[in-house]
Design a protein around this ligand. Structure first.
Ligand SMILES: NC(=O)c1ccc[n+]([C@@H]2O[C@H](COP(=O)([O-])OP(=O)(O)OC[C@H]3O[C@@H](n4cnc5c(N)ncnc54)[C@H](OP(=O)(O)O)[C@@H]3O)[C@@H](O)[C@H]2O)c1
Length: 327
């Protein structure tokens, strides 16, 4: 594989918190579309197109698939077949925190689980280290000091270069950051769900992360496809909501949601963007958002999403109209 020479020309890179890392404004996640149920020839093209367009960050987790582990195995194959030549140009992340293997040590936030899971992830991807390793969710029954101690030791061992947390609310985040500080391992990044339809991060988490110098990468920025033109005329056969393995259920595509989507789509058209482009631009207008972490089931979707970077500015009128639709 020979990557596009001009791959860094058009991408915007943002500093991730107070760290040395610059992230592409758009990153690619492998939660869906890269599992053993998906088509290798299609997703290898998506991965290469991403890198050819300056997307240097690929986000995984132990149980992405289905089946669990298969997205990491497939990404390992993509690396082996060529992308791995560019390892030093890539930020690869993985996580542990949700259900992965049977028994009491294959879930949540124990040191036992995190350590074993990362070793498995590295094997599946054929890597010596990941760039970021996340605690995928807070564990109410494990002391946060144990979970963060495991992340800190993983960084010390060199199996991950940076530590991250995901799905922690502001109170849990404060506790996690304090625990990591005791180990003198900074938290590089927080990965929460954030989109026009899911704004829980705005009042407390965003300002906290800014103050603490921690980056934010927004997952499911298109609300799994709802914030695109995908469902404007029903539920297409091959869409996430129609697929048995998808995490978006048919009953989440409601008339009420689609009525809002139609109105948002009209604003996007008036801006000369698709709704997907506008939904990503709307998040990226806030400089505190280091990156938006998209999924894509085709090269066309990925290329459409990249076009968001062409216009990240909104007029006051556009912002007010969007607010009134969302409220
Ligand atoms: N930390 C966590 O707990 C957590 C949880 C969830 C996700 N994540 C991360 O976030 C990543 C992204 O999540 P996501 O896949 O839900 O993100 P998303 O970008 O909100 O949704 C992606 C889906 O939207 C549709 N889509 C994308 N671009 C489109 C376009 N231009 N036009 C029309 N439809 C378009 C596709 O659906 P179709 O498949 O229907 O074509 C695609 O699979 C994951 O891969 C993972 O890395 C993390």
């Amino acid at each position: 594989m020979e990557a596009n020479e001009k791959r860094y020309d058009d991408m915007i890179y943002r500093r991730c918190g107070r760290s040395g890392i610059l992230l592409p404004a758009i990153s690619l996640g492998l939660w869906h579309n890269f599992g053993s149920v998906d088509v290798f020839s299609r997703f290898i093209r998506i991965a290469h197109t991403a890198f050819d367009n300056g997307i240097t960050h690929f986000d995984l987790a132990n149980n992405y698939g289905p089946v669990y582990g298969s997205a990491e195995e497939n990404f390992g194959q993509i690396l082996k077949k060529g992308l791995g030549r560019y390892r030093d140009e890539l930020i690869i992340s993985s996580k542990a925190g949700y259900d992965m293997w049977p028994g009491p040590y294959g879930n949540w936030g124990s040191r036992k689980y995190l350590m074993a899971s990362l070793d498995q992830s590295l094997k599946r991807m054929g890597l010596d280290y990941v760039d970021i390793f996340y605690s995928h969710r807070p564990d109410p029954l494990t002391p946060v000091e144990e979970t963060m101690g495991a992340l800190a030791d993983i960084v010390r061992q060199g199996k991950a270069l940076y530590a991250g947390i995901s799905n922690y609310n502001d109170i849990e985040t404060k506790a996690a950051l304090a625990a990591l500080k005791k180990h003198q391992v900074p938290c590089l990044i927080h990965q929460p769900k954030y989109s026009m339809f899911e704004r829980w991060v705005e009042p407390k988490l965003l300002p906290l992360l800014k103050d603490e110098g921690v980056g934010l990468i927004a997952f499911s920025p298109l609300a799994q496809g709802l914030l695109t033109n995908r469902y404007l005329n029903g539920i297409p056969e091959n869409s996430r909501a129609a697929r048995p393995t998808g995490f978006l259920q048919r009953n989440q595509v409601t008339e009420e949601i689609i009525a809002k989507v139609r109105k948002l789509n009209d604003i996007a058209i008036a801006r000369g963007q698709t709704l997907a482009e506008m939904a990503l631009a709307w998040l990226l207008k806030d400089e505190r958002v280091s990156s938006v972490l998209i999924g894509a089931s085709s090269v066309e979707q990925l290329l459409d999403n990249l076009k968001a970077l062409g216009n990240l500015q909104f007029t006051k009128e556009e912002l007010n109209s969007i607010e009134s639709i969302l409220s």
